[in-house]
Ligand binder design. Structure first.
Ligand code: COA
Length: 403
């Protein structure tokens, strides 16, 4: 059976952010709590002209029209790929209770109509559900590729304990046979159990989290899937070059990882810890992007660590509150480095506009509301790096376009 996995991967995050030391000062909190205790430095802020559709479309364009167009994010008018048979968006900040955001994105980026477009929801697990379904699809549809997009805006509310763990962004991946970056290994371990650690009622735009409880559950789910996976797959931590974790905040992954790091010798442990730090570099500056956080971690690892080699095994722990946890693995492919865009990705973070806390609060309190009223998006805060914007909601319909 041919290898199946990630052929290309890219991300988009809005062009605005806040410095969390400034937020700490305004909230009367010791800044070290945010940067050391929670592990976050900056936080992406999405103005109301950006949502999961526009962010997802921006990320998708990069991976579909690979290379020349990657940096300009301008989809070519011609040469649409006609072998994309499946478009899946994993999200927990969907814009419609019925229509899949994959359809809005499909329309914006101009894919062939001969494909299946769906949206998957299971909190932060949606991206992994999409990736696993895409791998299954590619295995059973020879010659076809799938586009997986994980796009979210994490909102908890001003002055809440979760505020420091907000963020916004999208990761897109093309899944294919004989992938250029990472072959997903077929054996995985998933565990599901209905709990109430984090949720968002349909009438609300901010999530409710039982912070300490959700941290305990995340670690508990990790240990369950890790123990079973390693016993059944016959692998120990020594078989892994690196591990990527779902990152609601960057300290969270390390809390879970620490529980098994003692099973390897000090040299291996040092290397795994160093690579963990490479995997959280982007999340420290973007914040939580829910369904895409794990994959932003993969991108950050590949862009920032120069010591990984083809053949190395990377482990992944995906967690979606509610809750589902899954442990799976992938093998780095020959020449994977040539498919990365580290310089562009770093520029995407470095060339953002810093908001002061007043501006951030104004943007945060003026989203497109969950309401039947017409509403116009904030075009003052436009990001020229994303060609796609939400213009308005008119007669209860979302109107997207190009800027
Ligand atoms: N310097 C360094 N560290 C500090 C500090 C300081 N001045 N003040 C506090 N800290 C540390 C605490 O010791 C704690 O570390 P620990 O977790 O290793 O014990 C950490 O900072 C957080 O402090 P805590 O008091 O627990 O924060 P909080 O009650 O304000 O909770 C969150 C903040 C973000 C942890 C919590 O709201 C949360 O978990 N939210 C989101 C949960 C989530 O995203 N769940 C979704 C699914 S995974």
């Amino acid at each position: 059976m041919a290898a199946v996995g990630i052929d290309s991967i890219g991300f988009y995050t809005p062009g605005f952010y806040i410095d969390l030391r400034e937020l700490a000062e305004v909230r009367g909190v010791d800044p070290d709590k945010y940067s050391i205790g929670i592990g976050q430095d900056e936080q992406a802020v999405a103005p109301s002209n950006q949502d999961i559709v526009t962010m997802g479309a921006a990320a998708a364009v990069k991976v579909l029209y690979y290379s020349a167009q990657y940096c300009s994010a301008q989809p070519p008018r011609q040469s649409q790929p006609d072998d994309i048979g499946l478009v899946i968006v994993g999200t927990e900040s969907g814009v419609d209770a019925s229509k899949a955001s994959a359809l809005f994105i499909h329309g914006l980026i101009g894919l062939s109509s001969w494909c299946r477009c769906i949206e998957i929801k299971e909190a932060c697990f949606g991206g992994t559900a999409g990736l696993m379904s895409a791998c299954d699809y590619v295995r059973t549809h020879p010659g076809k590729r799938a586009l997986v997009i994980a796009s979210d805006i994490a909102r908890y509310g001003l002055g809440t304990p979760g505020e420091v763990t907000q963020g916004a962004g999208a990761v897109a991946m093309v899944v294919s046979e004989d992938p250029h970056i990472l072959a997903i290994e077929p054996y995985t371990t998933a565990y599901s159990h209905s709990i109430s650690d984090f949720w968002r009622p349909v009438y609300a735009d901010s999530a409710i989290a039982r912070g300490r409880y959700s941290t305990e559950q995340y670690i508990g789910f990790f240990r369950k899937v890790w123990d079973r996976f390693s016993a059944e797959a016959g692998l120990t931590l020594d078989d892994f070059a690196a591990m990527c974790f779902h990152l609601p905040y960057t300290k969270m992954g390390m809390k879970a990882f620490s529980s098994i790091l003692g099973t390897v010798g000090s040299e291996a442990r040092g290397q795994l810890e160093q690579r963990y730090h490479s995997s959280i570099a982007y999340s420290r500056r973007v914040g939580n992007i829910y369904s895409g956080s794990l994959y932003l971690g993969l991108l950050s690892l590949l862009d920032n660590d120069q010591s990984l080699d083809p053949g190395d095994r990377i482990g992944f722990f995906s967690y979606g509150s509610g809750a589902v946890g899954e442990l799976f693995t992938g093998i780095l492919q020959p020449g994977f480095g040539a498919r990365l865009h580290a310089r562009h990705n770093k520029k995407l973070l470095d060339q953002r506009h810093k908001l002061d806390i007043n501006e951030y609060e104004q943007i945060f309190t003026n989203p497109i509301p969950y309401s039947s009223e017409d509403s116009t998006a904030d075009i003052k805060h436009a990001d020229p790096r994303n060609p796609f914007i939400l213009k308005e909601v008119k007669d209860q319909e979302r109107i997207y376009g190009r800027q």
